[in-house]
Write a protein that binds this ligand. Structure first.
Ligand code: CA
Length: 416
């Protein structure tokens, strides 16, 4: 499959991708959009030109909107048909290829478009589904013999996070302040966090509302998932380690989480499905699933100091996840918890076995005991003020590349 729009071979936004987002075009007009190569496609104007007329189920222009919630809530066969239609009209020999007027009106270079939050997120849940990450953290805090808690291999552990502070890539935020207890035998103190960390995660976004009391089985979960984004779950380790017992993460987590702007659909990720790690002991029936439900998505993390170069500090892969998305959603709803369109479910930090694949500074520097050395000669135990953390992710197979672009966030000094 080729497009009349030319793009480099290593573009995340090949014709095989066709992701969805929301942009502000020329600083004035909002619309839902897609992307190919360096070009952003204004779907609202394409709709007005009649390109989606044959697709039943879109009665009004759902792309004239500040978020994708209304679009993703359409029946999945409708959103699938829209994606395939965009792919078709981008094809090498499509009618659009010769229609320069429409191209001029609907296609913008990505630098002319400011990307916004793709969805309104009503609820956010964060899982803890990487066995390598959970084992590393367990070893650090409880010792090697007791690294995984007894429930971990029986259910996808998670907690309810804070939706209000999920922001789009590029958003700067202030270093959080809070209560910490840096010295074991002394009283807690208040101040700016000294152990600011990132967490390399991915998240999925759901496309339906359910009633309280309903559940979504592993067999039904795929239909309820629209697509995925990159997710940086910023974490204040010193605040977290003092506050988290007995009820779990709170102010160490809820000050900021950053997502990438393009939602990549499960359909685009289909060719990159792969087997899951073997689950031993066997899980309860409601967590059993069919088929290949992990995805081979290569992930990288970079630190860029102010005015400095990007330093690659971790290379991981989403395929390492012990619990998959179907199991996470089935577990989340098995008690009758209702879900809402736009809900975001994050994977938990994605670490691999090797040190070079750990998904947080906590693990990469082993709680600050083994600092990382950057190209400018400085070292990092955690994240400094004015550092930018960048995460990138893509899947690739047989010349086909489908990627997420990047999620970036810059840390400013704590507010007075
Ligand atoms: Ca997390």
């Amino acid at each position: 499959m080729k497009s009349f729009i030319k793009y480099p071979e290593n573009s995340d936004f090949s014709i095989h991708n066709i992701p969805f987002g929301v942009g502000v075009f020329n600083k004035e007009y909002f619309a839902c959009c897609s992307r190919i190569g360096d070009m952003v496609i204004d779907l609202a104007t394409l709709y007005d030109y009649g390109f989606f007329d044959e697709i039943e189920g879109i009665d009004e222009n759902v792309f004239e909107a500040f978020t994708l919630n209304e679009f993703i809530a359409l029946e999945k066969h409708v959103t699938k048909a829209v994606r395939l239609k965009i792919q078709e009209i981008l094809g090498e020999h499509s009618k659009l290829a010769g229609d320069q007027k429409t191209i001029d009106e609907c296609f913008y270079h990505f630098e002319e478009v400011e990307m916004m939050m793709p969805v309104h997120v009503p609820n956010y849940t964060d899982f803890y589904s990487s066995i390598e990450h959970a084992t590393n953290v367990g070893k650090m805090f409880r010792g090697a013999d007791n690294a995984l808690l007894p429930n971990w291999k029986h259910l996808p552990v998670g907690y309810h996070g804070r939706a209000s502070s999920i922001v789009i890539s590029g958003t700067e935020f202030h270093r959080p302040k809070g209560q910490m207890k840096p010295v074991a035998d002394e009283n807690p103190i208040f101040g700016a966090c000294k152990q600011l960390d990132f967490e390399l995660e991915m998240a999925f976004i759901v496309n339906k509302n359910t009633e309280m009391g309903d559940r979504i089985t592993t067999a039904e979960a795929e239909e309820a998932i629209f697509g995925m984004v990159l997710f940086n779950d910023w974490s204040a380790r010193d605040i977290q380690s003092w506050e988290y017992v007995p009820l779990g993460p709170f102010l160490g987590k809820n000050f900021c989480s950053t997502i990438s702007p393009w939602i990549v659909t499960l359909e685009a990720l289909k060719p990159f499905r792969t087997d899951s790690p073997k689950q031993e002991p066997e899980v309860l029936d409601y967590l059993k699933f069919q088929g290949q439900q992990n995805f081979d998505i290569k992930l990288q993390v970079y630190i860029q100091p102010e005015n400095g170069q990007e330093n690659l500090i971790s290379e991981s892969n989403y395929k390492f996840m012990y619990w998959n998305m179907l199991q996470q959603l089935a577990h989340h709803t098995v008690n009758g918890c209702n879900i809402e369109v736009g809900d975001l479910y994050a994977s938990g930090t994605i670490s691999g076995r090797e040190k070079s694949s750990f998904g947080s500074m906590l693990e990469l520097t082993w709680r600050g005991t083994q600092p990382l050395h950057l190209s400018d000669g400085t070292e990092r135990k955690f994240i400094n003020d004015h550092d930018t953390v960048i995460m990138r992710g893509h899947a690739e197979k047989e010349g086909m590349r489908v990627g997420f672009g990047e999620v970036r966030g810059k840390v400013l000094a704590a507010k007075e």
